[in-house]
Design a protein around this ligand. Structure first.
Ligand code: 4AD
Ligand code: MG
Length: 439
């Protein structure tokens, strides 16, 4: 067979009962008994068990199949036949085969430590588990974009190299940029804000970098950040958009990726059941609930894993916590006119302890208010603003400024929650963590 022979996706091939077809894939499992070999071949669409008969494929074909390893690439011509006993109910009787690349013994066997699987991530990505996660990931990217595109948003392309922080600035990676030190962006929000007077509703979907020294199941040093920014949206309207976005992603995943999500023990129905409105708790109310549950958090303190868990336990839908104390939130958030101890913002917490999936707020849009807040944050949060470095962003408040809001969704956190993964590192193909930069 020529390597260029036209193949058929396995999920389509198995429907061609009694007709000769060609599939192109990789050997997923293999065993032989007597003059027969049973090889499960996989491609991206599925798997099928192939029966290789020494008498039918000839000495050469048999020998090459016999010496092939797991994960060897292979082209098989054969005839699908119904068989109750076969996984998927169909078996393929092989007429001809061609091992494309036999290669070497595959290093991953059945039981391996998580650390080893991270070392050989470049090979582990072919596992059924990772294939399913990567399919869901690609679709989730599309569902998120589709939702926003339909709402009139424009996707923008922010720079990833920046001269100043976009968030707290406390945990950025430094990069040598010609003769100066710059940073890998921690958020593209400030650039999204620049685009608002031009395009009104925009989003950037790009990596953000965090040099936080936290070894948790929720933190990556590099993650993909979806950051919409909208003219004339207040915090409440922004929350309404967030819950629709999250529901739309979950619903489409439950419907179009039914088989994929089942692989993780997630019921498609539970995903279809995610719909607005989500519960909205003020920070103050959240503190009350926590205290009632015996948690000792006092007004003014930030929440940790335990508080996030307590606030979402028993919940099927994510929960908003809004209007947080001004001392623990960033410089761009406006003070709440109804309670000046707080700023107009919201965090969205996923159920089952998966934690914060979105952080968002209104943005200060008036120059004097912004200068006041920057000064305040410098004293209360001990961050130094180099006004020169932020001059372009401050400038927006000089020319045709409008009220606006925006938010940032960590896409790996969303994947972790929707597929109920133990660790965020599996939600991304090449996790960047404190102790890992390879492969
Ligand atoms: O809450 P954060 O820090 O907010 C911002 O960066 C805003 N500037 C976003 C905006 O308004 N445009 O981050 C937003 C989200 C979090 O809710 C979380 O989902 C995710 O980004 N995130 C992380 N995901 C993985 N690993 C990390 N280390 C993350 N840090 C934040
Ligand atoms: Mg946050």
């Amino acid at each position: 067979m020529k390597l260029s022979v036209k193949g058929m996706p396995i999920n389509k091939a198995v429907a061609n009962i009694g007709r000769s077809i060609v599939i192109k894939g990789w050997i997923h499992r293999k065993r032989s008994s007597g003059g027969k070999m049973f090889a499960v071949i996989r491609d991206v669409t599925g798997t099928v068990q192939c029966v290789i008969d020494k008498g039918k494929v000839g000495e050469k074909g048999w020998a090459s199949a016999d010496s092939a390893y797991l994960e060897s690439s292979i082209i098989v011509k054969g005839i699908p036949r119904r068989d109750e006993r076969a996984p998927g109910g169909v078996e393929l009787d092989v007429e001809e085969l061609q091992v494309v690349h036999s290669g070497e013994q595959f290093p991953i066997t059945e039981y391996q430590s998580a650390e080893f699987l991270l070392d050989v991530r470049h090979l582990w990505l072919r596992s059924q588990r990772m294939i399913n996660i990567m399919k869901a990931r690609a679709h989730i990217f599309r569902y998120a974009r589709d939702f926003l595109d339909k709402k009139g948003f424009y996707e923008i392309s922010p720079p990833l190299l920046t001269s100043a922080g976009g968030e707290t600035g406390a945990s950025m990676f430094e990069v040598q940029y010609f003769d100066q030190k710059v940073y890998l962006t921690e958020s593209s929000q400030l650039y999204a804000e620049v685009m608002v007077p031009a395009l009104e509703r925009v989003y950037s979907f790009a990596p953000s970098y965090r040099a936080e020294k936290s070894r948790t199941t929720k933190h990556l040093a590099e993650y993909w950040h979806l950051e919409p920014e909208m003219a004339y949206f207040d915090n409440s309207k922004s929350m309404a958009l967030q819950e629709k976005l999250v529901s739309s992603i979950a619903n489409r995943l439950g419907k179009a990726d039914e088989e994929t999500v089942k692989h993780f023990g997630v019921s498609p129905e539970s995903l279809s059941g995610i719909r607005p409105p989500f519960k909205r708790l003020t920070y103050e109310k959240a503190i009350e609930i926590l205290n009632d549950k015996g948690d000792k958090k006092k007004w003014g303190e930030d929440f940790g894993v335990e508080e996030e868990r307590l606030l979402t336990e028993g919940e099927k839908l994510p929960v908003f916590v809004y209007n947080w104390p001004r001392e623990i939130k960033p410089f761009y958030m406006p003070v709440n006119p109804k309670d000046d101890r707080t700023v107009l913002c919201a965090d969205l917490l996923a159920p089952n302890g998966h934690g914060e999936i979105i952080g968002g707020s209104e943005r200060i849009w008036k120059l004097d208010e912004l200068m006041e807040r920057l000064g305040e944050v410098e004293t209360t949060q001990h961050v130094k603003f180099d006004k020169e470095k932020y001059s372009w962003w401050i400038d927006l408040r000089r020319y045709g400024s409008v009220p606006h809001s925006g938010f940032g969704m960590g896409i790996e956190r969303v994947i972790k929650w929707l597929l109920n993964l133990d660790h965020i590192r599996d939600a991304v193909p090449f996790p960047r963590m404190m102790n890992r930069i390879k492969p």
